[in-house]
Design a protein. Sequence first.
Lengths: 145, 372
Amino acid sequence: MGQRYRVDTENIMHETIDGEVVIVNLETGTYYAFDGAGEFIWDRISGAGASLEQIIDAACAHYRGLPQDISAGVTRFFNALQKEQMLVAADDEADTAPATESTAADLASGAAFELPRLNIYTDMEALLLADPIHEVESDGWPNLK
Amino acid sequence: MAQPEVGTEPLATDQKAFFDALSEGYRRALDAAGLVERHYLIAGFRVALRCAGPALLPAVTPAIEHLRTDTLAAPDLVIELFDAHSTGTPLPFLLEFFMRRVQAKWWEYLGSRRELKGLDGTQVRCAFHPGPDILSVLDHASDRALYWVQDAAKIPYYETGYPLTVILNWWLAKRQRQFVHAACIGTATGSVLLTGKGGSGKSTTTLACLNSGLKLGGDDYCVIDTQNMTAHSLYNTIKLKGLADVERFEHLKHCVDNLDQVEDTEDGERALIYLQQHFPEQLMSRSPLRAILVPRIVDRVETSIAPTSSAHAFKALMPSTLFQLPGDARDAFQATARLTRQAPAYEIALGSDIDAIPGVIAAFLRELEEKA
């Protein structure tokens, strides 16, 4: 079994509203939403955590589609989450814990696999990442040049 | 010396020493300049502003003048305000030394939300606003806050237009009152929050509602009682973007408080209008919250309102509420999520007939109130 990952709760908060996941990085101000199978993948990670292999297996069982397409789509999305520093490796205790139990969502839904996509919104970053020397007017934060 | 990390709970004794030193500074300023006291009813709570001398009054009171009360009952929150320049009173020596160091190298001492590392904690909150050099400190245990600024005359327009946000947001958040970055429009029997990014039509809609029969609870910020879904007015300020906006709303030009300083650049000084001074009858202090409206400008004449997802409203309300306002972002994230789950969400498609927009909102509110 590969390395398990979970959400980096130090900086990442997420809420599911009307079935849609909205995530925010409190440190950078970036916020995120998903398209396609993104929520299915996020649900696997946001509980006890999961490895990429576990998520691919669950997605292959849940969705209708070619396994190689599902595997490629899930991997690309998982890498995007990692690049955005939303995940951390689960600790040893979690790593030796039994794999996440199957839920109703893991069972075959008959739904076609839709490529998961991470939508990234950065319009708030400027307020938090302002460089005090180069980017701020003399009257101070949050007034940017 | 390495600075403490943000999020590390500071020593209570360090916080007390800091708070006591700042209190001593206030006492000295008070001795020098005398007490000037004002009382306000803010989001249902009695708040006393106790200023050392009159210099800070024009900077912090016009925007909350509509909430002023003459009550002499014991306040729920006391905010003690003073400045060094007008009172001729420097801070106590060690604190003055520390604050000069923070002013000179604030990026070493402040977290990303302007919190003072090593002093800001759960019970005592500390934040510093570099530039105008505003220090805000709140002791939750005693419901007492201190607001210090180097020079009252140099408080920038955005602080005058929306004063004391740091302290009020900290304090109200502990009482199920959530600051939101949204306009509030309606009547005493029901209101909507209008929330969206710059350019979405929020300000135009708010201005169109002046003299329409609808009232305003706020233009940019208001406070929501998340227990009983009541919107509370906080600031009577309306903001116009620049000279171009002032010209667009020419009938309001004579009301602009800072016309000489308004700049027509993206980040220039905005024009401020205090509704209490010019349209006091247009203000409402509180109103039951009926819905959240997310505006979108459309290429047609008519304006219409249709249901949208709560997630859409959350994505419109959450980012600027979290990151334009001070305070605990975790709490604000969860409170904003709760709010958007409770209040029905709609999209308002704004047509080009701006004068017709208030009528559409008024009819929509009547419909919601009939259903309620």
